[in-house]
Design a protein around this ligand. Structure first.
Ligand code: PMP
Length: 288
């Protein structure tokens, strides 16, 4: 995947610089210990030009993540949104994936640093990239324990867990993983929240052991508007295997159909499921 070319400009610590010359120090604390925070955001081409979907929510989460990770992010939500629209404009992007990263500069000690850096980049990302119809395995890895770290923060170091789970799934011939939480309840995917349907009800894990996904919140709103029965509660893998259908939701995945868990197929056709209705409503929302 090419994230940039010779024309790409990125925001780096108050300056606009060519992506090819944007650098940082090998002594950065985040590189050694994983203390940075980031966001995964999408912009979509709409009749009124490029629109960053749920910009405020993403940058509020970035600020929250920075705060709990002791990173002094000196930019307001409005400033971050403006910088991101500027990134899109400078690079002539509409359907794009946007990656802001906030990280700790040179510091080998295990204490916070006052050197905090900000990077915003974007690259073209059209339709079909979350895909769907994926085969999922229950991961042998669990999501990080909320008593050991801030699971509601999108912190760089948490993605060690995600990469291990995804790699295990792919090595076993699956497309993606489903992880349990520290108590053995189903939590989420490596980079997406999880829903399943049983009868006319949609189920999803409650907040507390998962990343509070912005897509998850949007899907809950869609489901409420549609009048679907909703349950946010804990459940085990066995209950999921007895489900009618299931899907992942996330900025990248959007609403992605899961066809089976541990090779146990979901029996209701995607086109006949509540997830399919949610997915269509979501596609409408992102283009407004
Ligand atoms: N869980 C994890 C672990 C994630 O990395 C993501 C992607 N940010 C999500 C859930 C979905 O979050 P969102 O809908 O805000 O993209």
């Amino acid at each position: 995947m090419n994230y940039y070319n010779e024309k790409t400009e990125v925001y780096l610590n108050g300056n606009w610089v060519p992506a090819s010359s944007a650098t940082t120090s090998l002594y950065d604390q985040t590189l050694h210990y994983g203390t940075g925070v980031f966001e995964g955001i999408r912009s979509y081409k709409t009749p009124n030009g490029a629109k960053i979907f749920k910009a405020k929510e993403h940058f509020e989460r970035l600020q929250y993540s920075a705060k709990v990770m002791h990173l002094d992010l000196n930019l307001s939500v409005d400033e971050l949104i403006d910088l991101t629209y500027e990134t899109l404009k400078r690079n002539n992007l509409e359907d794009a994936y946007i990656r802001p990263l906030v990280w700790a500069g040179p510091n080998m000690s295990l204490t916070p640093t006052t050197n905090v850096y900000v990077f915003i980049c974007a690259w073209e990302w059209g339709k079909l990239h979350g895909g769907g119809h994926i085969r999922v395995m229950t991961s042998s890895y669990r999501r990080p324990d909320p008593k050991s770290c801030h699971v509601s923060a999108k912190a760089v170091g948490h993605y060690v867990n995600s990469i291990l789970a995804t790699t295990e799934a792919k090595q076993n011939g699956f497309d993606d993983a489903l992880l349990t939480d520290a108590n053995g309840n189903v939590a989420e995917g490596p980079g997406a929240n999880f829903f399943f349907q049983k009868g006319k009800t949609l189920f999803t894990s409650p907040l507390g052991n998962i990343l509070p996904g912005i897509t998850r919140a949007t899907v809950l709103e869609i489901a409420k508007k549609r009048g679907f029965d909703l349950q946010e509660r804990y459940f085990k893998v066995d209950e999921v295997k007895d489900a009618d259908s299931a899907f992942f939701v996330g900025t990248a995945a959007e609403v992605a159909c899961i066809t089976s868990l541990d090779n146990v197929p979901f029996t209701v056709k995607w086109e006949d499921s509540l997830g399919y209705i949610v997915s269509n409503d979501y596609q409408q929302l992102i283009r407004i």
